[in-house]
Design a protein around this ligand. Structure first.
Ligand SMILES: NC(=O)c1ccc[n+]([C@@H]2O[C@H](COP(=O)([O-])OP(=O)(O)OC[C@H]3O[C@@H](n4cnc5c(N)ncnc54)[C@H](O)[C@@H]3O)[C@@H](O)[C@H]2O)c1
Length: 263
């Protein structure tokens, strides 16, 4: 008789899933949820102490009893060499990487007109948010093609669709990511691989600590639901897009904006 889990398309039993940005906010919530659905999580982040807290939380919740496990590794996604090394290391350890939830990212300069932004700050935001996502995708695709299976999920933002004033590097990085996902999806469409983006509006996480109260007020005022989103509300959409269930949706940008964007 077939194992029931074969029919549970949102189960991650037996899967190895990389979550970047897993030390905080949306990535942390995604790691917890996907672990609770049975995955072995490879949690990657710059922040070692945050990774340790995520691991302790998952272990304390007893998720390991249900098959979920968590391994942490420090990674700076602004280094292509570091990305290639960590992906090779995980493939060596785990054999297969079934899915990536890429939530590492920075806000970059805020409340700053574009002509006042120095090139280093612009470049840094693009390197982490856009090039880091591209390098991760490039590092993962060869083994996913060989395995004829893969799920790639990148955190974009409503800012990539609509643009937030005073945040031109961030807007540019997220719009670039949305475009990148659309084209790559078509390249891998017959390889069992789906690649999608997620576009949240403002979510209650530490990334918004650098955003002034006025800008936060502006962002919430644009959300018909009338409040900030919570990390677990984004994690649910990430978990779907990273699961076997997401087999006929690719190149898409999932909206998690409380009704701000209806496209
Ligand atoms: N919170 C929001 O309002 C919101 C809205 C839309 C999109 N997003 C996107 O969602 C993603 C997660 O954001 P969050 O709100 O959870 O932020 P967060 O600050 O809580 O978490 C981001 C994580 O990324 C890590 N990180 C930063 N630079 C890194 C690097 N170079 N290498 C590895 N790790 C790095 C940080 O250490 C942190 O743990 C980001 O891509 C963000 O742009 C967030």
């Amino acid at each position: 008789m077939a194992n029931m889990s074969e029919f549970e398309l949102t189960s991650f039993a037996g899967q190895n899933v990389i979550v970047t940005g897993a030390a905080s906010g949306i990535g942390k919530a995604a790691a917890e949820l996907i672990a609770s659905r049975g995955a072995k999580i490879f949690a990657l982040d710059l922040n070692q102490a945050g990774l340790a807290a995520t691991k302790a939380g998952i272990e304390k919740a007893g998720i390991e009893k249900d098959g979920g496990q968590i391994v942490t590794k420090v990674l700076d996604i602004s280094s292509q060499d570091a990305i290639n090394a960590v992906i090779a290391e995980i493939l060596n350890e785990a054999g297969q990487i079934h899915a990536l939830a890429n939530s590492a990212g920075i806000a970059g300069p805020t409340s700053t007109n574009t002509e006042e932004i120095n090139w280093n700050d612009f470049h840094k935001t693009l390197t982490i948010n856009l090039f880091g996502s591209i390098w991760l995708t490039q590092a993962l695709l060869p083994s996913m093609r060989t395995n004829k299976y893969g799920r790639i999920v990148h955190l974009a933002s409503i800012a990539g669709k609509e643009g937030n004033p005073g945040m031109s590097p961030y807007n540019t990085s997220k719009a670039g990511l949305i475009g990148y996902v659309k084209g790559v999806a078509k390249e891998v469409a017959t390889s069992g691989i789906t690649i999608n983006a997620i576009a949240p509006a403002v979510i209650r996480t530490p990334i918004n600590e650098t955003v002034t109260p006025e800008i936060q007020k502006y962002m919430v005022s644009r959300i018909p639901v009338g409040r900030l989103g919570e990390p677990n509300e984004v994690a649910e959409v990430i978990a779907f897009a990273a699961s076997k269930a997401c087999s006929f949706t690719t190149g898409f940008t999932f909206d998690v904006s409380g009704g701000r964007a209806t496209y």
